[in-house]
Design a protein around this ligand. Structure first.
Ligand code: PEP
Ligand code: MN
Length: 270
């Protein structure tokens, strides 16, 4: 990987990215929340529930990249204001996706972490734009991307002067159709030997199935992931996006206990 200079582990210490009171690359970061911000009531309810269950960061999409233009596109600015309110209520830092270069600078006033979604991983103008900010960037893996292509995208952000990049494995497209994507957990371990950047895992988009999320979360921890990002909804049946992969707060709470127990167990063995 000749072109990977700034992101390469060679001759560098591992990067930690502090967001509020949590630190990627040191703490086990559990980000949870709805796929989409749908209403103030829904988001604030979910935020309180995930906080009680042990999440240390809140997710929620205000701008949604949807396959069809006729599907719910997100609440935009209104959604970001709702997230701001949920952050005030719970103290949880907020991560939300930015879709457009024109939204980067003003969105920084509302979110603690800017998410670059899978569909935009190679949107080089967007990468350069977030690279000019001082906000941490959660860079999701493109669904057709190799590890080398992904690291080159991290390189774009780092090269603009923003060192606070967190990678997120979220599954890739394969011939398998039972799962929504194929969660590539070998990428987590591979990245640990290639880059100093923290890496988290999204088993919700990675599998598309509630029943598989707890096991894949534990597997991610075992593979060395620095955190998880999980979709949680107070009433998944009526969620406006990704309802088949949203855990209930109860399911999330049970899963988080196991995740934290496994992580403590692993930290106890040297
Ligand atoms: C999301 O996090 O809601 C999302 C759209 O993820 P991805 O870009 O990985 O599909
Ligand atoms: Mn989603």
């Amino acid at each position: 990987m000749n072109n990977i200079k700034l992101a390469s582990l060679q001759h560098k210490n591992r990067t930690t990215v502090q967001v509020g009171s949590v630190t990627f690359g040191r703490d086990m970061v559990v980000i949870a929340g709805p796929c989409s911000v749908e209403s103030e009531e829904q988001t604030c309810k979910i935020a309180q529930a995930v906080k009680r269950a042990g999440a240390n960061m809140l997710r929620g999409g205000a701008f949604k990249p949807r396959t069809s233009p006729y599907n719910f596109q997100g609440l935009g600015l209104k959604g970001l204001k709702i997230l701001e309110r949920a952050r005030r209520d719970t103290g949880l830092p907020v991560v939300s996706e930015v879709l457009d270069t024109r939204d980067v600078s003003w969105m920084c006033e509302y979110v603690d972490v800017l998410q670059i979604g899978a569909r935009n991983m190679q949107n080089f103008s967007l990468l350069k734009e977030v690279g000019k900010t001082d906000r941490p960037v959660l860079l999701k893996r493109g669904m057709y991307s190799t590890i080398a292509e992904w690291l080159n995208c991290a390189e774009y952000i780092l090269n603009e002067g923003n060192p606070r990049v967190i990678l997120c494995e979220r599954g890739i497209r394969t011939f398998e159709t039972y799962t929504r994507n194929t969660l590539d957990l070998s990428a987590v371990s591979a990245l640990k030997e290639l880059t100093h950047l923290p890496i988290i895992v999204d088993p919700a988009h990675g599998t598309g199935k509630v029943s598989l999320i707890p096991a894949m979360s534990l597997a991610a921890v075992a593979a060395g992931a620095d955190g998880l990002i999980i979709e949680v909804h107070n009433n998944p049946k009526v969620a406006l996006s990704d309802k088949d992969q949203a855990l209930t707060p109860r399911q999330f709470s049970l899963m988080t206990k196991k995740v934290r127990a496994l992580r403590s167990f692993m930290e106890g063995i040297h």
